[in-house]
Design a protein around this ligand. Structure first.
Ligand code: NOJ
Length: 642
């Protein structure tokens, strides 16, 4: 249901439901396996819907579960209208839709239409001959020849997964374009017939079945530079060159998205969240998400989540340390860019393409610091403006895979591409630094099986039919043996006995308990946390992250001799393992002034000892390791808030 809300820019009206909703991404292979084949599946997800509901999730975003050869974990679709058999059936999706809707929740699917799998019938037709009616549904180009007559690709562009963006087709003697793996040919959005089929076959089909919208993959890459020029040489000695400007935010992208919106999104009242990479300027992002431009509900902008990552097209996995001030400045940019506009934004710090937040932005060096920093990350995320997206396992503080695990545990096509490239270079240092970077940033970390409990060998992700004291290898029956040997498609993290949902479920003081509490609080104070304006404080401080959120609603403190004030919240967080004092006055930060400290109230913190802080009122005690606190300038029912 859309809700009446007063916007910080003064506008009062109906806010769409999805602005205040909590979205939760499920990566189907790794969430919950119901039939013990080692792969998560839709029935497994359905069995956990109540867990998500109790957490406070409003919308499930299910990553690709369509038929696919799984070269890129389902982002290579060979049939948009069928479910990958390991994940279930169409009727399972119907059951999932019902399971969500009957609890007042919604479901969105991933829409992957920049490319298909090379096994999709459209591509099989397209590659069958130059005169096939679907030839022009993909991007085909004749070869070029170098000075010695050697055949070379139409451009020098480098793909996302290492290697060229072009693959030679011996049958029709032309190259086809693929921004990602060679098995993911790009669709030709310039072709209206192709676009029409995308709308009806991949979108309307699912919306008619009852889903509520889409997360849209690579949403800004449909419009290419159709002159297909070479990219400037920025990596000498390499046959391929970074060329994102040839396909990101291309000349017709906004026309395409407006058309998609008019044809499908608006008529079906579908929510949309687009993946917007290589778009680092607010002025580039606004046209996508401004309500009046009728394109997308919101987008994922990646500058924060990519912190520490090297150049996407060369040293992506060469890790770069970054100071807290850089993180803060990105957050400030992306928190404020919608202020005074009709645009909207997202809040997220994890997804299936990045390492775990607590390992990258928190501190996993001891169990205590792990827990403290996971809670501070939760506090940080829930107090930011925009629609909040959580990624599976974030709510229990799942961590990156141990750094003792070798390259064999990395299954991702991209990780392998970059690792193989480093090995092929013969440069030992490059191999080492790539491995180091993968250890922090690889997409594999977030794809480890969800840790449901600390039992057996598989953390409750799937059943473990082999009890730990049964090392028997003499099972004769073939079926039984196969069943016994089934194991998760990715190795379960070594820490599942201590980090799992079951141990945290009934513990209010756990990371999970904290997320639950904070998701409620976020909605209770929606005017501040979901819709409020953002002002960064002490930007240069490398230990403390502090900001003020402000709504346009009055404080209603009951103080009669002062003018009504705006409601404000001060969020202060220590992003280090040492205690740190704070060089700012809470009263001033909250606009109460020096002499009005009594109006400062402690709302919530990450340490479970709110009593001391209530007494302390306006006096800012130093922040303990990874401690976060929120103070407000209005009266609150403290018991209720804490
Ligand atoms: C972005 C997706 O999030 C990623 O997982 C995928 O590999 C690429 N797009 C290609 O579809």
């Amino acid at each position: 249901m859309d809700t009446l809300h007063r916007h910080p820019n003064g506008w009062i009206g109906k806010e769409p439901w999805w602005k205040s909703a909590v979205f939760y991404q499920v990566y189907p292979a790794s969430f919950k396996d119901s039939n013990n084949d080692g792969w998560g599946d839709i029935p497994g997800l359905i069995s956990k819907i109540d867990y998500l509901h109790q957490l406070g999730v409003d919308v499930v975003w299910l990553s690709p579960m369509f038929e696919s050869p799984q070269k890129d974990m389902g982002y290579d679709i060979s049939n948009y209208q069928a479910v990958y058999p390991r994940y279930g059936t169409l009727s399972d999706v119907d059951t999932l839709i019902h399971a969500c809707h009957s609890r007042g929740m919604k479901l969105i699917l991933d829409l992957v239409v920049n490319h298909t799998s090379s096994l999709h019938p459209w591509f099989l037709e397209s590659r069958s001959s130059k005169t096939n009616p679907k030839r022009n549904w993909y991007i085909w180009k004749p070869p070029r020849f170098d000075s010695s007559g050697l055949r070379i690709p139409p451009t020098n562009w480098r793909s996302y997964f290492a290697g060229p963006t072009w693959t030679w087709d011996p049958h029709t003697q032309e190259y086809y374009l693929h921004l990602y793996d060679t098995s993911q040919p790009d669709l030709n959005w310039e072709n209206p017939a192709c676009r029409e089929e995308i709308y009806s076959h991949t979108m309307i089909f699912w919306l008619s079945r009852g889903i509520d919208g889409f997360r849209i993959d690579t949403v800004n890459k449909y419009s290419k530079n159709t002159a297909f020029p070479d990219a400037p040489i920025t990596i000498p000695d390499s046959p391929t060159q970074p060329a994102p400007e040839m396909w990101c935010n291309g000349p017709r992208i906004h026309d395409f998205l407006r058309e998609m919106n008019t044809r499908v999104l608006t008529p079906y009242r579908a929510v949309s969240v687009g993946e917007l990479s290589n778009t680092p300027l607010p002025s580039q992002v606004l046209p996508y998400v401004s309500a009046s431009s009728n394109q997308l509900s919101m987008v994922f902008e990646f500058s924060t989540i990519r912190l520490g990552t090297g150049n996407l097209f060369s040293g992506k996995y060469t890790y770069h340390h970054f100071p807290l001030s850089t993180l803060k400045s990105h957050i400030s940019t992306w928190q404020t860019f919608i202020e005074g506009t009709d645009a909207w934004h997202t809040v997220f710090i994890e997804n299936h393409d990045n390492g775990r937040a607590v390992s990258r932005f928190g501190d996993t060096s001891t169990p205590h610091l792990w827990e403290l920093s996971a809670k501070t990350i939760a506090l940080w995320q829930v107090t930011l403006t925009g629609t909040l997206f959580l990624y599976q396992g974030q709510e229990i503080g799942m961590t990156n895979m141990p750094n003792t695990w070798g390259i064999d545990e990395y299954k991702d096509v991209e990780s392998k591409g970059f690792y193989d490239e480093a090995v092929a270079s013969g440069d030992e240092e490059k191999v080492k630094s790539t491995m180091h970077g993968l250890g922090i940033l690889a997409r594999d970390h977030s794809r480890l099986p969800f840790q449901w409990d600390g039992e057996g060998r598989f953390a409750g992700f799937m059943e473990d039919s082999l009890s730990s004291d049964d090392n028997s290898t003499s099972i004769e029956d073939g079926n039984l043996k196969e069943e016994r040997e089934a194991k998760p498609w990715m190795r379960v993290h070594d820490d599942y006995k201590t980090i799992n949902a079951k141990t945290q479920m009934d513990d209010d003081e756990s990371v999970l308990g904290y997320y639950k509490k904070m998701l409620k609080l976020r909605k209770e104070f929606a005017d501040l946390f979901i819709f409020g304006s953002f002002r960064l404080l002490i930007p240069g401080d490398e230990n403390i992250f502090a900001y003020v959120k402000e709504s346009v609603e009055d404080t209603n403190t009951g103080v009669t001799n002062r003018q009504a004030e705006k409601r404000r919240a001060l969020v202060v967080m220590n992003f280090t393992r040492e205690e740190h004092g704070i060089g700012l006055d809470i009263g001033e930060a909250l606009g109460c002034g020096h002499d009005n400290r009594s109006e400062v109230r402690f709302l919530v913190g990450t340490y479970g000892d709110a009593e001391n802080l209530k007494v302390a009122n306006g006096l800012m005690m130093p922040l303990r390791p990874w401690e976060g606190r929120v103070y407000v300038n209005f009266g609150v029912q403290l018991d209720q808030a804490n």
